[in-house]
Ligand binder design. Structure first.
Ligand SMILES: Cc1ncc(COP(=O)(O)O)c(C=O)c1O
Length: 386
C-alpha cells in the first residue's frame, strides 16, 4: 500500500468512526425523556374503522354555520391568514365580555399550553401538575428542561393541599384542567381560588377549560380569576363542544404581561383563515352549543347510571363534568380485556396505562346509537368474563 492509499484509508476510517458516534445528531436529554403524545385511535390494530369514542370529540359534529364558513374561505387559500386572529379575538371578547387585546389564539389550546411552559419555565425551574392530568402538560414541561413535579390526586381529581405542598421558590407554572381529562373530575371554584391564593405571584396558574362549555354555568369563575390577577391564564378550545377539532383552534385569556409573552413566542400565522372563520361562526351559534351541552348531560347521566348498574361486575364510574366518563374495572374483567373486547365489537375507547390508569377506560359520550351500542357490547363482554 502506498502512502496515498494509507492516508485515504485512515481518513475513511476516521469518517466512519465519526459517523457512528460523535457526528450523529443527539437530542437533548430532557427531550429524549419525553414520551410522545398518544392520540385517541380511530382504527383497530388490523385497520378496521371503528366507532370512535376515544378523543372526546363532539358526536353531533359542528354548527352548520361553522361548516359553511369553512367552505367560503376556500377562495383565499393563497393568502396568509390574519396573523393576529383579530376578528376571532373580537368575537371572543364580545362573547365573554373581556378586552380582545388580552386574548391570544393558538393552533389548538395545545400550542398555548406549550407556549406558557416555554415562556415561564426552563432548566432548574419546576412545573407542577396533578397525577392523571392532561398528558400534554408533561410534554410541555419536559420540552423546557424544567423539573416535572406531579402532585398526588384526591379521588382521581385535583387535591389543592397536595399541590400547594409541592410549591417552592422554583415553581413557575401550575397546570390544572377543570374539568380534568382523563378523569372528568371538577375542582370547585372555592378550591381553585384557594390554590391561587397559596401560589407566589411569580408562578403562573393555568386553568385549562377545554371542557368548560360542558359545565352548566360555563365556568366563569376561572375567567374572573384571570381578570383580577396578573398570574392566571385560562385556556379554551374550539375542539370539543364546538366540534372543530380538525381545524385546531384554541384561545387563552390573561393580563397584559402574560399575553405579551405568548405573542412573543407563538408562531406568526398560527390559526388558519378557514379556522378563524369557522370559529367565529361556531361562537355565534349558541343553539348548537346549548344542544350539544344538553345532549351530553342527558347521555352522560344515562351512561353513568348504566355503569353504576354494572357494579356487581366490579365496574365503577367516576362522576364526570365533561363529555366523557372514566370507568374503573376492578372485577374479573380487566380494563385491557374490556378495551380489546370493545375493539372486536367495533368500538374504540381510551385505555391509558401509560398515565397510570391501567385499570380504567375513558369513554366519550357519543350519539344515542353509539351510547346504547357501546353499553350493550360492554355488558356482553362483562358477562363473558363473569
Ligand atoms: C384538558 C385538555 N386540554 C387541552 C386539550 C387540547 O385541545 P386542543 O389542542 O384540541 O385545543 C385537550 C384535548 O383533548 C384536553 O383534554
Amino acid at each position: 500500500m502506498c502512502v496515498g492509499q494509507i492516508g485515504r484509508a485512515l481518513r475513511f476510517a476516521a469518517c466512519a468512526a465519526m459517523a457512528a458516534g460523535m457526528n450523529t445528531p443527539t437530542a437533548k436529554p430532557w427531550i429524549e425523556a419525553i414520551s410522545a403524545y398518544t392520540p385517541g385511535k380511530a382504527k383497530s390494530d388490523d385497520g378496521r374503522v371503528l366507532i370512535k369514542l376515544s378523543a372526546n370529540e363532539n358526536p353531533l359534529g359542528c354548527s352548520p354555520h361553522a361548516a359553511a364558513a369553512l367552505v367560503d374561505k376556500g377562495a383565499s387559500l393563497a393568502r396568509y391568514p390574519d396573523p393576529a386572529s383579530t376578528a376571532l379575538r373580537e368575537a371572543l371578547g364580545a362573547a365573554y365580555d373581556v378586552d380582545s387585546d388580552l386574548i391570544v389564539c393558538g393552533t389548538g389550546s395545545d400550542e398555548l399550553l406549550n407556549l406558557i411552559a416555554m415562556g415561564y419555565a426552563g432548566a432548574g425551574d419546576d412545573i407542577i401538575y396533578v397525577r392523571y392530568g392532561f398528558s400534554v402538560y408533561d410534554i410541555a414541561a419536559r420540552k423546557t428542561a424544567a423539573n416535572v413535579i406531579v402532585a398526588p390526586d384526591k379521588d382521581y381529581g385535583t387535591d389543592v393541599d397536595a399541590l400547594l405542598a409541592l410549591v417552592t421558590d422554583k415553581t413557575r407554572v401550575v397546570f390544572v384542567a377543570n374539568p380534568n381529562n382523563p378523569t372528568g373530575t371538577y375542582c370547585s371554584d372555592a378550591e381553585i381560588a384557594r390554590l391561587h391564593a397559596g401560589l407566589p405571584g411569580n408562578c403562573v396558574l393555568v386553568l385549562d377549560q377545554a371542557y368548560g362549555e360542558y359545565l352548566e354555568d360555563d365556568g366563569p369563575a376561572a375567567l374572573e380569576l384571570a381578570r383580577q390577577h396578573d398570574n392566571v391564564l385560562i385556556t379554551r378550545t374550539f375542539s370539543k363542544i364546538y366540534g372543530l377539532a380538525a381545524e385546531r383552534i384554541g384561545w387563552c385569556y390573561g393580563q397584559p404581561g402574560l399575553i405579551a409573552t405568548l405573542n412573543r413566542v407563538r408562531a406568526p400565522f398560527n390559526v388558519t383563515t378557514a379556522g378563524q372563520a369557522a370559529a367565529i361562526a361556531a361562537l355565534g351559534d349558541t343553539d348548537f352549543v346549548t344542544r350539544s351541552r344538553q345532549h351530553n348531560a342527558e347521555w352522560r347521566d344515562w351512561m353513568a347510571a348504566e355503569f353504576a348498574a354494572l357494579s356487581n361486575y366490579g365496574v365503577k364510574v367516576i362522576p364526570s363534568w365533561a363529555n366523557f366518563l372514566m370507568i374503573l374495572f376492578e372485577g374479573n374483567c380487566s380494563a385491557e380485556a374490556a378495551y380489546n373486547g370493545l375493539m372486536a365489537e367495533g368500538y374504540i375507547v381510551r385505555w391509558l396505562p401509560g398515565q397510570g390508569l391501567g385499570s380504567g377506560l375513558r369513554i366519550t359520550i357519543g350519539t344515542e346509537d353509539e351510547n346504547r351500542g357501546v353499553m350493550a357490547a360492554l355488558r356482553k363482554i362483562l358477562e363473558a368474563h363473569a
